[in-house]
Design a protein around this ligand. Structure first.
Ligand code: UFG
Length: 342
């Protein structure tokens, strides 16, 4: 069995990746301290993988406990490193928390990789590294922009740390995956986006308003220079995103990488406005959404979307789902998730 360590593997994207790895013949174990996920999510994962999911409930900022995972699992072939704090507004008000967690846990995991001869590493990066890019769509060659927040800067710094690490360790292979806007849920509705902390992402806010779990929502800005005045993003279904990680592991294990630090954009390449996302939700689910047209949100950029050609051609990754699949699966999950958060 090919064993993969998934840090943050009980979180939103991590849990979908654990399931996708399992579906493709890997054994995924995780390290997750449930700082932003419910413990019961392991029941959903276990149900989908058909056996009890093995998770280490550890803080990866502690080097000794991190090391124990590697000692107990000498057969780890690759690490997929999701574990990180992810909320843009929180990172603006509490940057130290973000730098401390997102950088320390990365350093510890890298240190363990080299010490325990794990030479394949996949990193969760973000389109946030591009900042407010002028030329759209962005390619992997688009330079880093001015980071909009500390969260984005931890992703830029994380990438730079990994680059240095790869340079110093030529036999170490990394893939940096820059996600655009992950959304939607597993088609089974057994796992989905369910953070403990206050969610600020568009799609779960839409479903929470529709279900009555949240009172109201606003479209943040309708005076942007876009086709309908609201912001444009590249929403990528979480199941497609999860599958890209499995593809990235295959890519490294088969030695298809040209350099020992490769970068890929993970989006579908289509920009969708906030108003279009809301309309898609209303149309597919036949639910009327109560929303207002509001002011711009601080820190938002008008538009960003990916050129995903590189991932499609080199990782052989083809996203299969669109915004309609996203809002449908997110709504199915919203109506199924009460067991988790009780
Ligand atoms: N939005 C609303 N109303 C809401 C919530 C969001 O109109 O109630 C809008 C936002 O203004 C934005 C769009 O919906 O235009 C998407 O917002 P999200 O918060 O869902 O996502 P962001 O694009 O702000 O954030 C994403 C990732 C971050 C990453 C960032 C980089 O989730 O991790 O892209 O641009 F840092």
């Amino acid at each position: 069995m090919r064993k993969i360590l998934v840090t943050g593997g009980c979180g939103y994207i991590g849990s979908h990746t654990v399931v996708d790895l399992n579906d493709n013949g890997f054994q995924a174990i995780s390290a997750d301290n449930f700082s932003n996920s419910y413990r019961k999510i392991t029941e959903g994962i276990s149900d989908l993988i058909g056996k009890p999911h093995q998770n280490y409930d550890v803080d990866l900022c502690d080097l000794d406990t991190t090391e124990r995972i590697f000692q107990e699992n000498p057969d780890i072939e690759a690490v997929i490193h999701f574990a990180a704090y992810i909320y843009v507004p929180e990172s603006v008000t509490n940057p130290i928390r973000y730098y401390r967690n997102n950088l320390n846990n990365l350093l510890n995991v890298l240190e363990c990789c080299v010490k325990y001869n794990v030479s394949n590493f996949i990193f969760s990066s973000s389109c946030a590294v591009y900042g407010d890019a002028e030329d759209l769509p962005v390619t992997e060659n688009t330079p880093f922009g001015e980071a909009e927040c500390s969260y984005a800067r931890t992703k830029q710094m994380g990438e730079l740390i990994i680059r240095d690490f790869c340079y110093a360790n030529p036999s170490f292979n990394a893939v940096l995956l820059r996600y655009f806007n992950p959304a939607g849920s597993h088609e089974s509705s057994k796992i989905g986006e369910a953070p403990i902390l206050e969610n600020t992402h568009l799609v779960p806010i839409i479903t929470e308003v529709a279900s009555g779990h949240r009172e109201k929502m606003a479209v943040y800005g309708t005076d942007y220079p876009t086709r309908d005045g609201s912001c444009i993003r590249d929403y990528i279904h979480v199941m497609d995103l999860a599958h890209a990680h499995t593809k990235a592991v295959d890519f490294l294990k088969e030695g298809r990488n040209d350099s020992n630090c490769e970068v890929f954009n993970l989006g579908i390449g289509n920009g969708v406005t906030v108003l279009e996302a809301i309309q898609a939700f209303e149309k597919i689910n036949q639910v009327k959404l109560n929303y207002t047209l509001g002011e711009r949100r601080a820190g938002d950029i008008a538009a960003i979307y990916a050129n995903p050609t590189r991932a499609q051609e080199i990782l052989n990754w083809t996203p299969k789902r669109n915004i309609e699949d996203i809002v449908k699966s997110a709504w199915d999950w919203e109506r199924n998730k009460d067991w988790l958060i009780q």
